[in-house]
Design a protein around this ligand. Structure first.
Ligand code: AHR
Length: 648
């Protein structure tokens, strides 16, 4: 056996293999989805046309007029005899026929097209006069024609026409042209371009590469649709799930609250089409094996904005929305809302078990509303687990007030949020060790280490932040009897259109890269285990490491694999040699598999150019017995798995 001298050994890590503690919630590590940073439109929802229905306040947002010198024509936005009354605006194109005349759509800061792939184009068209044809063309950002198709012989009534286009080159900033060919007038609406290749090839579905990144996290749950977006800056702009299901063209457009939230990051072209609506959210959860965790408005607008309140005696519509959502998710096909789910192609229930009442609310107004809504939900569905809010900070007066009131109300699970510097996460790795075991459980519903400060544009997803989150997560795991759910936030950022950083996954129109924080989430998600094992670090008195080392450990047992899983964070700048002791183990395997996330500098980040600069590396470790030496690299998270069974 390789001996480790006491001169070099800095610590002993002891895992008590024969003393299993709390059972770990199988859904513990999840994801938080919010339509922020172009997360849905311009992100997960694979539609490539922005403002496809001409419903933005400036109906030509995203569109520009194409009028070569010889072309003569007029365009106008109209709403008489619309294609549908919910989204009534459409574009009329009148051409004198001297040359092609029409419009171009820029997509969501450029359309990402992949060479040779098939794209479904569709559009509502009504012929008004003459017999014009339409040319549908794709152009690259620098003006090269990528594909073209001609549509003709249009009906005098609204009708959908479609075609398939295959661009002959890949381009990140492509545009879609709709051109009138010949003399005459046509009305157009609901102009759509979708990759045929979506996640599971669902037509009109989600970007395959982005969903794959989610699936690769092995998420136990998915929280949706946010975030502040649940609340709206005032109540009329709150998220209303019923308006997001049913025929896609009939989902009313809503301005996205992140459109105007930050003066330093205005995003005037940010709206919610709800193409990714509640049915699609449930479907996505099912597809990636995550439990659905919807959060509903509780009669309060965002308290960072208007804080508008629905009067207590007028909460019935909010309560009804919650009850109907449960029926929509779980009800029999014979029930009203269950029938609507079945009509959308999903007769089986979605098995909704947990839902949130309010997002990041605080104060007495929240407690009153939560109490009423929770009472009504529990009266009808006593088994439904409810998430309640404790405000935006993890320890301030709002937080303490919420906890004391929610404890008195026997709340099930409280949503804690924390965006703070790495130092907070390191120093709070033991936050839950002393939490009251008898009260509500914890959902660490939004957290992320900030390399600069909250809402700073200078925040970076660097290695130090990832290690801070990993250190903190060892504490969540160790206290898995109290902390039942946890999710990093926000999830996605479009590199060309973000409002908030840091974010777990960065995308552009063609691809995706994962941050070091993503890999931390993934390592915990893949190595969840079934039961917590006691784990402690005993530092050698003689260890020269100074200042006090930043080491963090947790351990779990994976019952079906018969493996012990150790997670160790060494946030220090020096490697640490330890003796790993599997106390109470009868036998152990001859080697351990480990994955190590580390980098040269704490400031290291990933990027589109270097997506794996900080990424886990697999390392096999020889194991000589129930005690064996190991050296953890500087600035690293190591997840180590080895066969070990308790002594008989
Ligand atoms: O994650 C970004 C925002 O942070 C969320 O929308 C909100 O809940 C929190 O304030």
């Amino acid at each position: 056996m390789l001996a480790i001298s006491t001169a070099t050994k800095a610590a002993t890590i002891e895992i008590q293999v024969d003393k299993p503690g709390a059972a770990i919630n199988q859904a513990m590590w999840g994801i938080f989805f919010e339509d922020i940073n172009f997360g849905a439109d311009g992100g997960l929802y694979a539609e490539l046309v922005k403002n496809r229905g001409f419903e933005f306040p400036d109906p030509m947002t995203g569109w520009s007029k194409l009028s070569p010198s010889k072309a003569r024509g007029l365009m106008s936005i109209r709403d008489d005899n619309p294609f549908n009354a919910v989204n009534p605006h459409y574009l009329r194109l009148e051409s004198e026929g001297a040359d092609l005349f029409g419009v171009a759509n820029e997509g969501f800061r450029g359309m990402g097209l992949h060479q040779g792939e098939a794209y479904d184009f569709s559009m509502q068209i009504r012929n008004v006069s003459g017999t014009p044809a339409l040319r549908i063309e794709l152009y690259s950002g620098d003006g090269a024609l990528l594909d073209t198709v001609k549509l003709e012989r249009f009906s005098a009534d609204w009708k959908q026409y479609s075609a398939v286009l295959r661009p002959k080159a890949t381009d990140a900033k492509a545009r879609l042209y709709v051109l009138v060919d010949g003399q005459g007038t046509v009305d157009i609406d609901f102009v759509s371009l979708f990759p045929q290749h979506t996640w599971k090839n669902h037509p009109g579905g989600l970007r395959a590469d982005m969903v794959q990144a989610l699936a690769d996290l092995h998420p136990g749950f998915m929280r949706f649709p946010g975030g502040c977006i649940v609340e709206g800056s005032y109540l009329a702009r709150r998220y209303q799930w019923k308006k997001t299901v049913g025929p896609i063209a009939e989902r009313p457009l809503l301005v996205n609250r992140w459109n105007y939230e930050f003066l330093h990051r205005p995003t005037p072209d940010y709206f919610q089409s709800f193409g990714l609506g509640f049915f699609e959210f449930f479907q996505l959860c099912e597809d990636i094996g995550a439990q659905p965790l919807p959060i509903l408005n509780c009669g309060m607008a965002c308290q960072f904005n208007s804080g508008e309140l629905c009067p207590l005696d007028q909460l019935d519509p909010y309560i009804q929305d919650a009850l109907d959502l449960i029926e929509f998710a779980n009800g029999a096909s014979s029930s009203d809302w269950g029938a609507r789910r079945a009509a959308l192609g999903h007769p089986q229930p979605f098995h909704l078990k947990t839902m949130g009442v309010g997002n990041e609310q605080w104060g007495p107004a929240y407690i009153e509303r939560y109490a009423r809504i929770a009472k009504a939900i529990k009266a009808r569905y006593p088994g439904m687990q409810l998430v309640s809010a404790a405000g935006p900070e993890p320890a301030d007066d709002r937080f303490k007030f919420a906890w004391s009131k929610l404890r008195a109300l026997n709340a099930d699970i409280i949503d804690e949020h924390c965006y703070a510097p790495p130092a907070w996460f390191f120093s709070n790795a033991h936050r839950y060790d002393d939490y009251d075991r008898s009260g509500p459980k914890v959902f660490m519903g939004e957290y992320a280490a900030q390399s600069d400060k909250v809402v700073s544009v200078f925040n970076r997803n660097n290695l130090e932040c990832a290690l801070a989150e990993a250190a903190y997560m060892t504490g969540l795991e160790r206290n898995a009897d109290v902390v039942r759910l946890a999710s990093y936030a926000p999830l996605f950022a479009n590199a060309d259109a973000w409002q908030w950083t840091p974010d777990l996954i960065w995308v552009n129109s063609l691809g995706v890269y994962a941050t070091p924080s993503y890999f931390v989430q993934q390592l915990f998600g893949k190595n969840r285990g079934d039961v917590v094992l006691p784990a402690k670090i005993a530092r050698e008195e003689s260890s020269p490491l100074s200042p006090a080392p930043q080491w963090f450990v947790s351990a779990v047992r994976d019952d079906s694999a018969g493996e012990v899983i150790v997670k160790f964070v060494n946030a220090g700048d020096a490697p640490v040699s330890v003796l790993l002791k599997l106390a109470g183990a009868g036998s152990v395997g001859s080697e351990a598999r480990s994955e190590v996330l580390t980098g040269a500098a704490k400031s290291d980040c990933n990027s589109f150019e270097q997506p794996a600069r900080v990424a886990p590396v697999a390392v096999e470790i020889p194991v000589s017995g129930v005690e064996f030496p190991h050296t953890f690299p500087a600035k690293s998270l190591t997840v180590l798995r080895l066969k070990a069974s308790p002594a008989k």
